[in-house]
Design a protein around this ligand. Structure first.
Ligand SMILES: [Zn+2]
Length: 366
């Protein structure tokens, strides 16, 4: 079975405008580039090309989702507002989420690329897959964009594919350094989607991502947040996987595993304060592939989220793609020896305490 790969040039044309990191320029803030710009995605795509790996994957075309597809998750008035602004000169989906002319169509392609890879995995056309989409999606809520995200790519893709394939259980494992609040909100009352988010405690959004958010009604127990203290490295994330993510997945027995995949927990990221390296992403991918093999015929797909180091995102991404495809390229990560050598990479006692507290949440899954 091959690995699916989705990319579309228009993803890079989504315009986030003139900014200093994420603030609008003013007379006291010098103009610059928005943190969520095309470079990290373009360079990931380019390193894939240079490595020769892209041509060995199954290309999966982006088919834009419809307004009805978006309405599976989103409020129709919100969708109409974004479309109207996008038809004009663009606007802001809410705090920190500027976009330009045409971003509505591009966001529909991004959700569509995610849905298409998921469909290909569920149909058995590919064994697993990755959608390198933009804009990202995991912060977008039902009636508002947030944190650089316009529409919930993963929720829309799950709901669209559930209507088509009728699967019973999906698990999402969000390893972006920020809390996957949008994905959590989409399935908060729904036990048919187990949502897990591993993130830096209190980073963004400041007011969500806590242990106490466990789901509600029929969804109670099926949302697991693992907030970690800043400074976690490879050892802490391996412990989270071994003690929380893998046991949760074996308890839940999903038909499909979906990863909202951000590379902003890397040691080089300007927005996150974690220390992962490409070897960490490779190993987390390996573990999820093992669970997927054990539980659901290997069905695993990822949709790109954050990651703001133009230099390093490509190497984290390549490691994931090498692992998913089982094809090792000739390209070595030049940063790996540096980041592996950082003090504090092994699990630290205060990090283990935070993981202990999250482990108590496993009992809610049946
Ligand atoms: Zn992020």
């Amino acid at each position: 079975m091959t690995t699916g790969w989705n990319f579309h040039e228009l993803y890079l044309w989504h315009e986030t405008g003139n900014a200093a990191q994420f603030f609008q320029p003013s007379l006291t803030i010098e103009p610059g580039e928005h943190a969520e710009n095309a470079a990290t995605k373009r360079r990931f795509r380019n390193l894939m090309e240079v490595s020769g790996l892209t041509e060995k994957l199954s290309k999966i075309a982006s088919v834009a989702v419809s307004e009805d597809d978006l309405a599976l998750f989103h409020d129709r008035d919100y969708v109409s507002r974004i479309k109207a602004l996008s038809d004009g000169r663009g606007g802001d989906a809410s705090y920190l989420t500027p976009f330009g002319h045409g971003s509505y169509e591009i966001a529909c392609l991004a959700a569509g690329g995610t849905a298409a890879v998921m469909d290909a995995v569920l149909s058995g056309d590919v064994g697993n897959g990755y959608a390198l989409v933009r804009p990202p999606g995991h912060h977008a809520e039902r009636a508002q964009g947030m944190g650089f995200c316009l529409f919930g790519n993963v929720p829309v893709a799950i709901l669209k594919n559930r209507a088509k394939h009728g699967f019973e259980r999906v698990a999402t494992v969000d390893w972006d350094v920020h809390h996957g609040n949008g994905t959590q909100s989409a399935f908060y009352g729904d036990s048919s989607v187990l949502t897990i988010s591993i993130h830096q405690d209190g980073l963004y959004p400041h007011d969500s991502g806590f242990h106490k958010e466990r789901g509600e009604g029929r969804g109670e127990g099926y949302n697991i947040n693992v907030p970690l203290p800043a400074g976690c490295g490879h050892g802490a994330y391996m412990s989270v996987f071994e003690r929380i993510v893998l046991p949760a997945l074996y308890r839940y027995q999903p038909d499909l595993i979906v990863v909202p995949s951000g590379f902003d927990a890397s040691a080089a990221d300007p927005l996150g304060r974690m220390m992962l390296h490409s070897g960490s992403y490779r190993e987390m991918t390996r573990m999820l592939m093992q669970v997927a093999d054990d539980l659901c015929g290997g069905r695993l797909m990822m949709s790109h989220e954050g990651g703001y180091s133009a230099a390093y995102v490509p190497y984290c991404g390549l490691a994931v793609m090498e692992q998913l495809s089982g094809i090792r390229t000739d390209i070595d990560d030049p940063f790996l020896p540096v980041f592996e050598g950082y003090a504090g990479q092994p699990l630290q006692p205060h990090q283990a305490d935070a993981i202990d507290r999250a482990e108590e949440l496993l009992g809610g899954i049946e």
